[in-house]
Design a protein around this ligand. Structure first.
Ligand SMILES: [Zn+2]
Length: 113
């Protein structure tokens, strides 16, 4: 996925006749946030010699949000709580819910010069 980001950014720089990528804004779901350090490390490695060599990576983290199928309530869960608690809807205590946010992984913006 990191390679995909680099490919997209380099392609964008080419299309806009830019010689340098200044900032890359990524939107990451909190469930993917665990990969952040690894992502930066790997990205620093693969971007050497590209227009994105000195780009700053900004990460916007989306919260983990569930939607209750029983009552429709949307509720947010901290990542830490996912593993040590039984999650239930805060309104109706139902455990029938779906994940609607938290796994995003996309480029939100690219700044070039
Ligand atoms: Zn509910």
């Amino acid at each position: 996925m990191t390679q995909d980001i680099l490919d997209t950014v380099v392609k964008y720089a080419g299309q806009t006749n830019s010689h340098k990528v200044v900032t890359i804004v990524l939107r990451l779901g909190a469930l993917r946030d665990i990969q952040r350090e690894w992502l930066q490390y790997y990205f620093n490695f693969i971007r050497k010699g590209t227009v994105a060599e000195e780009a700053e990576i900004l990460v916007i983290v989306n919260p983990i949000v569930f939607s209750c199928r029983a009552c429709g309530r949307e509720f947010e869960i901290e990542r830490d709580r996912l593993y040590d608690e039984d999650i239930a809807c805060p309104d109706c205590s139902s455990k029938n819910y779906i994940l609607i946010s938290g796994t995003e992984f996309r480029i939100e913006g690219i700044e070039v010069v």
